[in-house]
Design a protein. Structure first.
Length: 211
């Protein structure tokens, strides 16, 4: 297998895109960031991608008759660019089987809670309002449900008594920026095996060779 070719899907500021781009550029992630897909052409993540010299496909959903129509176009582009892994990083569109089915096991998402708790778009605020003592970050495979796919990696964060949505969001995002490139790295190293809902992470090859 050659170097893993990644497409990041994002809608907003793109801080997780930046974390992945920085990890690639810094040599901490052996992969190629080959494409950004965004449903908001004016978003900051598009600017970040251009600055990083990453090809961009930015589209307006309203220009298409359906989700399936623009996803069919995206799927063709992904195949042309020989994308191995889709990384959803703040992509605010519901995906259809047009993309999910051909990329099942090759599409991951980063979510700001310890799934299966608090799925959806307000995971940080919901954790704080519910009064849980621990929340965190999850990287999981995408299966077409709402943040319901098999879990690859999680990182827990203790909720402080003085936390606000803003302060907790800052710490959750910092954890995302560390965990997402790490999980992509495991996939790039062919260390991740998906068995039903169970995800196994094998030891690095260098560690095995040293034993």
């Amino acid at each position: 297998m050659g170097q893993l070719r990644i497409a990041v899907f994002a809608s907003g500021s793109g801080s997780n895109f930046q974390a992945v781009a920085d990890a690639v550029r810094g040599g901490r992630l052996e992969a190629e960031l080959a494409l950004l897909v965004s449903d908001r052409p004016q978003s900051k993540v598009v600017e970040r991608a251009k600055q990083a010299e990453v090809p961009v496909f930015a589209f307006s959903p309203k220009a298409y008759d359906s989700r399936e129509a623009y996803e069919t176009e995206i799927l063709q582009l992904l195949r042309e660019k020989e994308i191995d892994l889709i990384v959803l990083a703040g992509y605010m569109r519901i995906l259809t089987p047009v993309l999910v089915e051909p990329f099942y096991g090759r599409m991951i998402n980063v979510h700001p809670s310890l799934l299966p708790a608090f799925p959806g778009i307000k995971g940080i605020a919901q954790a704080l309002e519910y009064g849980v003592k621990v929340t965190g970050v999850t990287v999981h495979y995408v299966d077409g449900g709402l943040d319901s796919g098999p879990i690859i990696a999680q990182r827990a964060l203790e909720i402080r008594e003085d936390d606000t949505v803003e302060s907790l969001t800052e710490r959750v995002h910092a954890a995302e920026h560390e965990l997402l490139p790490l999980a992509i790295g495991w996939i790039a190293e062919d260390r991740v095996t998906l068995e039903g809902r169970l995800v196994r992470i094998s030891e690095p090859q260098t560690a095995k060779a040293a034993e």
